[in-house]
Write a protein that binds this ligand. Structure first.
Ligand SMILES: Nc1ncnc2c1ncn2[C@@H]1O[C@H](COP(=O)(O)OP(=O)(O)OP(=O)(O)O)[C@@H](O)[C@H]1O
Ligand SMILES: [Mg+2]
Length: 371
């Protein structure tokens, strides 16, 4: 169903995204080793990648790194390895012959126990070695079976909260594993790029070829067709004026469009109620997500966002507004704060003009008390 609110998991449920799917397919076919999928929150990164995987003939594992971080408070290597093994286990349950051989490959690793039921970790020795050893076994097994392994780290920027440096591990894998493709996604685009240190000449991944795919908002036409198709699926008639208003208010962000469709189509709210509820619930959601990012300097961050939401969009206009609201601020501090908001995706910067890329975020920051 088009309006189900979980990330989509099949091509059938995924609306559009043909270009991005083809880029992913070609990239894997070519044997690219590292693919980065970027896009603001709720733009459909997870859905795109999951749908892509569901159609793949090669083996894969998807790790929800944000989830691990929020459940465990960090993304230590032992838990990451455990999640990768969990992913294998799921595949093995399918009982394909291919996987029988894979069990044998894992038997070679001293800290993995392989039984009829599946695989488990016996003990964790030196953590860094664990992941590399595991990836090596996977790579060799793929080589023997003429296949590629696709390992996805969804919201990979959370990997920075770990006991080891994964950028080094990824760079090592990039150099040494010819049969593994890594896909990393990130809604905090600048944070992910920083974490991978793609642009840092001294960093291990610098100069390596990273295929970068940007997931963008739907155009007006695509948004309206998406909504129309979702309502048709549910046998509900809607008028074009309403759909146009939804597009104008929610600006082609598929996550919000889906929520609107769900509220109207499944929960049977009216057009107006559904649209209001997207904003009301969305504002709460956005503020809880934003909280973690702005905590160190809450009032100033909020003042910056508030300025932009009010239409002030140049560096000096925003800076003046922030000083009026929260007192004197040095250029250095102001630059750091505004840069962070861009890195986290709460602001976009085009031609030295700042904007808030999500209308629900814009509403949220005008409603909250800066104080
Ligand atoms: N192409 C699509 N067709 C239909 N529904 C979609 C599509 N892309 C995303 N959705 C819906 O939009 C919502 C957000 O999608 P998803 O979770 O994949 O986005 P995301 O970019 O991974 O978000 P986040 O940044 O929160 O992880 C979900 O309800 C999902 O079902
Ligand atoms: Mg996601």
């Amino acid at each position: 169903m088009l309006f189900s609110v979980e990330p989509k998991a099949t091509i059938r449920d995924l609306y559009d995204r043909e270009i991005e799917l083809n880029e992913l397919r070609n990239s894997v076919l070519r044997g690219d080793r590292l693919i980065a999928v970027y896009g603001i929150r709720r733009i459909g990164k997870t859905s795109l990648v999951r749908a892509f995987l569901s159609d793949l003939s090669q083996p894969y594992v998807l790790i929800d790194v944000r989830q691990i971080y929020f459940v465990e408070g960090n993304v230590n290597v032992s838990s990451l390895v455990r999640h990768v093994l969990d992913g294998f286990r799921k595949f093995m349950r399918k009982g394909e012959r291919l996987w029988e051989g894979f069990k044998d490959a894992l038997r070679g690793i001293s800290w993995v126990r392989v039984s009829a039921g599946g695989v488990e970790i016996k003990l964790s020795r030196k953590s860094r070695a664990n992941l590399i050893e595991l990836l090596n076994a996977v790579d060799e097994w793929c080589g023997r079976n003429s296949t590629r392994f696709i390992l996805v780290f969804d919201e990979a920027q959370y990997m920075r909260f770990s006991n080891i440096r994964y950028d080094g591990v990824l760079a090592w894998a990039y150099d040494n594993l010819s049969n593994v493709t890594f896909i990393v996604t990130g809604s905090e685009v600048g944070v992910l790029r920083n974490f991978l240190r793609i642009d840092d000449p001294k960093a291990p991944l610098y100069g390596r070829h990273v295929r970068e795919i940007y997931v963008d908002r739907f155009s007006r036409e695509t948004s309206i067709n998406f909504l129309r198709r979702g309502f048709t699926e549910l046998g509900i008639e809607v008028n074009d004026g309403e759909l146009n208003e939804v597009y104008e208010k929610l600006d082609g962000i598929v996550g919000w469009l889906t929520l609107y469709g769900y509220l109207r189509g499944i929960e049977k709210l009216s057009h107006r109620e559904a649209l209001d509820k997207v904003f009301n619930d969305g504002v709460k959601l956005v503020l809880s997500e934003l909280d973690a990012v702005i905590k160190p300097s809450r009032a100033r961050y909020l003042a910056i966002l508030n300025a932009v939401a009010r239409g002030l969009n140049t560096w000096s206009e925003i800076r003046r507004y922030v000083e009026v609201r929260t007192g004197e601020i040095s250029d250095t501090v102001f630059n750091k704060l505004i840069r962070n908001l861009v890195r986290y995706g709460y602001l976009s910067k085009v031609n030295n003009t700042y904007a808030i890329p999500d209308p629900v975020v814009a509403k949220a920051v005008t409603e909250v008390h800066i104080g």
